[in-house]
Design a protein around this ligand. Structure first.
Ligand code: PRT
Ligand code: MG
Length: 217
């Protein structure tokens, strides 16, 4: 049995076409079912639904053989011990710094002021501001980062941006792009060896599907 860990929402939705390319069809809709283990049309393949940030943990410890997870999650929670063979080019976004549109970020940075930065991504934020030589006080949040500059909790946030609509709706502006983000396939090291015959064709099908998407877009 091959177990694939996915999180509900964009990662699940955007992985479906890749699975289809490998001949795998998930037989239940996670938005309708309450099941956490979803069967597929292939008796030897199942999908488990976990929180996005738990995907690396499931795969590392063998609760799943394969998983799909954002580069943000891999950097923040560690991808050590995971084989990362493919950038799937899905769930694309960017990690950025944003501030209130009336906040003079350039001057604050130039004057060497201490910035208060709220984020769920403290490792990425710490590393980014350290590399710029900007002093920061990091405030760890678990969601709704956009609220922090509006309430005076922080001067800036570090968060994922895709369309930019959420920032705009909250009078925030993107002032720096830290890195581009997409989702990766991660594979349990032992499974890769022991279940090669089952895993290899999935990797190949995914990789061909990514290539033809790249050609057509
Ligand atoms: O939401 P939940 O707390 O359950 O978990 P999660 O946020 O960890 O998972 P999920 O499913 O929301 O995101 C899973 C992965 O999708 C992330 O780890 C990213 O790699 C990727 N991804 C791609 C995104 C976005 N795009 C994205 N736009 N993750 C989150 N967002 C959020 C962002 O944080 C911000 O609040 O969407 C909002 C901004 O979107 P725009 O379009 O308004 O700019
Ligand atoms: Mg989310």
């Amino acid at each position: 049995m091959i177990t694939l860990a996915l999180s509900k929402g964009r990662i699940f939705d955007e992985t479906l076409p890749l699975l289809a390319a490998a001949g795998i069809e998930v037989l239940e809709d996670p938005e309708k079912s309450r099941k956490l283990i979803l069967p597929t049309n292939q008796p030897g393949v199942r999908v488990v639904l976990v929180r996005a940030t738990d995907v690396p943990t499931y795969v590392e410890y063998g609760g799943a053989d394969l998983g799909v997870t954002g580069k943000d999650t891999l950097i923040e929670h560690g991808g050590q011990g995971l084989y990362q063979p493919l950038d799937l080019q899905i769930a694309k976004c960017r990690m950025s710094v944003a501030v209130r549109n009336d906040f003079d970020y350039a001057s604050a940075v130039r004057q060497g002021s201490r910035l208060k930065v709220a984020t769920k991504y403290t490792a990425i934020a710490r590393e980014f501001f350290a590399s710029k030589g900007v002093h920061v006080d990091l405030i760890k949040l678990y969601g709704s980062m956009e609220l922090a500059p509006l309430t005076g909790l922080a001067d800036a946030i570090v968060d994922l941006v895709s369309t930019g609509n959420t920032l705009k709706a909250n009078q925030l502006v993107e002032v720096e792009r830290i890195m581009d983000i997409s989702s990766r396939l991660v594979v349990n090291q032992a499974a890769l060896k022991l279940k090669q015959a089952a895993i290899r064709p999935i990797l190949d099908a995914f990789s061909n599907a990514i290539e033809s998407n790249a050609v057509s877009s």
